[in-house]
Write a protein that binds this ligand. Structure first.
Ligand code: F6P
Length: 744
């Protein structure tokens, strides 16, 4: 209210000043025009009479002057004649009685012999006085004064001021009403909505921001408020979680605990994570830029860690709008709407991307490490690009840590085997770890790589090498033993080359105990309605389309199931979410075709008018949209032919806070060592998998619940915060003198 009052007062004052100034100027001009009009008339009259009056005035004959004035007749009014002493000689009757004995204008004219003018009130009438000298024989003989009625001047002035006052009142009133309305619609109402929204957020309800009309005005405010609310909610959730844990006497790793732990362990040292895949890429969709989270287990795992720890994440810029959304050095805050860490993007040329990523990493190392009977391809050019890309990432990391004292660098995955040594060579004080997210095969299998010694030497530049399982650690140490000159300490699981020691340890990766972003919680009925299906049972598979994931095997197991158990036809729909992946590689194009053909074939085989056994959703699915599929599935199938860990399995359990749902899990996925309550299958055994599907559908609710509770317990306890905490503390524990020694 006060604001509106202030605004309206300011409007009134401004309008008054503007209208007043304009009225003043207009009235002044008008007056000047009228005065010059009077002056013109007076000059005409005065000068017209001068010739006739001058001889009479020279003679000092008042009678002669009077005669002349009389002769002018009644039409001529307002004239007085004065002698050379400025004494009145004669005047027309209309002014005669009102004239004072002396008039300053006349005195002035006579003394200076020049015309003079002014205004005088004579007999209650305001008059314009014009006096002009009378000259006879070049001698001043008196003056004639002309008196013109000027009372209309005041009237006109008054009228103009009144008109301006009315105009001011009307204008000020109209503007005030409009301003008050604008304030109400654009400020008061949106502010009320925003404060209502803030109140809702404060109470912990996840309410979307109101649709305020003026995004320019209120957008930044809404953004800041939602950030604040999110931090508050996080703090509240952490406090509740801590309180719950304290009550139950347990000590589970949470985001808050990791944050606290990192604060103590790192003591302000910079944490840099390096991966090929970026946590968020920006892509053009028409004329709009869209932020996209990739289908990547690595990102699912590392993003919560970075949100908790802060620091810098260096990654390959893969989106076509990545440049537009980063600063000149390729940096931006992530998450975009509530930045918790910095993403630093690295740009690669098309050739580098092809050789390093598609070629050496994914046609070479990927099939080399996954034993799934796809032959690795090793091309010398790809190897050269791999080294070049590693060098580029090393330069970026070195630039990022140049001012940081004893930073920690966490390198992710098989794309960067050469990177640890490159970083350590320049910055021996940096503690460097590399975590290998895929399996490490036995030494014979790995030995076929033509650049085995170089890869191992690059990795051994690190202070710490992490794998998902002890089995992979053993395979790695054996590979080193066979391929390089190095001392292996099998008791401490450490390798010494020259002066440098590298520790090799298992750190089974995991997921956050809860979905990081608040997902849209839709019901099962709504999900089925959106999918356009009716089904008594729903199964789900969530994958990148990759030949290691065993998708065709799973589909064939479903076919076997429907053949063996026809009573489940028209009752079960299996929904396969499949994100296209590494599509420039021939083997990936082939697997896409194989999956599509198999889906088509099975659907044709069993479908009825109202039912299809498999719903194949080939697209990139946003991470938060997958929640509903996990949550409402009766079972989830993870049937990898070989997998380092597989986080879909863990994520499925983490989402099932209803303690229901069955997990069918490949024994060749690392996750099967931890999730023992899943139905463990051999993905090559179709009959065994079909049997697992039947068992999942027919399992008693009690057994389902018991199994899920145990799996959830395992995921909650061995979560990603614990993984990061153990890995970072192990890395931070490495003695400084060891970290200070040059890598050989
Ligand atoms: O498992 C290895 C890995 O790098 C994962 O971290 C990730 O889930 C997957 O491969 C993603 O592959 P890409 O980054 O090539 O799409």
């Amino acid at each position: 209210m006060k604001f509106t009052l202030r605004l309206v007062s300011a409007i009134w004052l401004s309008v008054m000043l503007v209208i007043g100034a304009f009225a003043y100027l207009q009235i002044r001009d008008e007056r000047e025009r009228l005065v010059s009009d009077l002056q013109r008339r007076a000059v005409l009259i005065g000068e017209g009479l001068s010739d006739a009056l001058e001889p009479a005035a020279a003679r000092q004959s008042s009678a002669a002057v009077e005669r002349i004035l009389k002769k002018l007749g009644p039409a001529q009014r307002g004239i007085a004649v004065y002698d050379r002493f400025a004494t009145l000689m004669a005047a027309t009757p209309d002014v005669a009685g009102t004239l004072p004995p002396s008039l300053p204008e006349v005195t002035d004219t006579v003394s200076r012999n020049l015309p003079t003018q002014g205004f005088r009130v004579l007999g209650d009438v305001n008059r314009f006085v014009y006096a002009t000298p009378l000259i006879y024989d070049n001698q001043p003989v008196g003056a004639v004064a002309v008196f013109l009625d000027a009372s209309h001047l005041n009237q006109i002035e008054w009228d103009r001021w009144s008109y301006s006052a009315i105009r001011f009142l009307v204008l000020a009133a109209v503007i005030s009403i409009i301003a008050a309305l604008v304030v109400k619609v654009s400020i008061t109402r949106p502010m009320a909505e925003i404060s209502e929204w803030t109140r809702a957020l404060r109470s912990g309800r996840p309410v979307p921001p109101p649709n305020v009309a003026d995004a320019n005005l209120f957008g930044p405010l809404a953004l800041e408020v939602s950030r604040l609310a999110r931090s508050m909610q996080r703090a509240q959730a952490a406090a509740q979680q801590e309180a719950a844990l304290r009550l139950s006497g347990e000590s589970v790793w949470t985001e808050a605990r990791l944050k606290q732990f990192v604060g103590q362990q790192l003591a302000g040292r910079l944490l840099v994570v390096v991966s090929n895949r970026e946590p968020v890429s920006h892509v053009w969709r028409g004329s709009q830029i869209h932020a996209q989270a990739p289908a990547s287990g690595l990102v699912t795992a590392m993003d919560p860690v970075m949100r908790a720890c802060g620091g810098v994440w260096v990654a390959h810029a893969s989106g076509d709008a990545d440049r537009e959304t980063a600063d000149a050095r390729g940096r931006l805050g992530v998450p975009v709407d509530d930045p918790r860490y910095t993403l630093r993007r690295v740009w690669l040329t098309k050739e580098e991307e092809q050789g390093y990523y598609a070629g050496f990493s994914n046609e070479g190392l990927w099939p080399l490490c996954h034993i799934v009977h796809t032959r690795p391809i090793f091309r010398p050019d790809d190897w050269a690009y791999y080294l070049e890309a590693n060098r580029k990432f090393a330069d970026t990391v070195l630039d990022q840590i140049k001012d940081a004292e004893a930073p920690l660098v966490l390198i992710q995955d098989y794309h960067f085997a050469a990177l640890p040594a490159l970083i350590k060579a320049e910055r021996p004080d940096a503690r460097v770890a590399i975590f290998w997210h895929i399996p490490w095969p036995n030494f014979e299998a790995f030995g076929i790589c033509p650049w085995q010694p170089e890869l191992l030497a690059g990795m051994l530049g690190a202070d710490l090498i992490g794998f998902h399982t002890q089995y992979y650690c053993n395979n790695f140490l054996e590979t080193v033993d066979r391929a390089l000159e190095a001392r292996i300490d099998w008791e401490r699981f450490a390798v010494t080359r020259g002066e440098h020691e590298t520790h090799v340890k298992p750190f089974p990766i995991s997921v956050a105990p809860e979905f990081v972003d608040e997902p849209p919680r839709i019901s099962r009925a709504e999900l089925l309605r959106r999918l356009g299906i009716t089904a008594e049972f729903v199964g789900v598979g969530v994958e990148r389309i990759d030949y290691t994931k065993g998708i065709p095997e799973r589909l064939r197991a479903l076919r076997y199931f429907f053949e063996t158990y026809p009573e489940y036809r028209e009752r079960l729909v299996f929904v396969q979410l499949a994100a296209p992946s590494r599509t420039t590689i021939k083997r990936y194009q082939d697997i896409q075709h194989e999956v599509e053909d198999t889906v088509r074939e099975i659907n044709q085989m069993f479908q009825t008018k109202t039912w299809r056994p498999i719903l194949y959703l080939k697209a990139h699915h946003e991470h938060r949209d997958i929640w509903a599929y996990y949550r409402h599935a009766d079972f989830c199938m993870v049937t990898s032919l070989h997998d380092g860990m597989n986080l879909v399995a863990k994520e499925f359990a983490s989402v099932r806070d209803d303690e229901d749902g069955v997990l069918i899990l490949s024994r060749f996925a690392g996750a099967s060592h931890e999730l023992r309550d899943a139905l463990i299958v051999n993905p090559y055994d179709l009959a065994g998998m079909a049997e697992a599907i039947r068992a999942a559908l027919e399992m008693s609710p009690d057994e389902r619940r018991l199994r899920m509770i145990r799996m959830r317990h395992s995921v909650v306890e061995h979560n990603i915060y614990r993984w990061a905490g153990l890995l970072l503390s192990e890395l931070a524990r490495i003695p400084v003198e060891m970290a200070g020694a040059k890598a050989s």
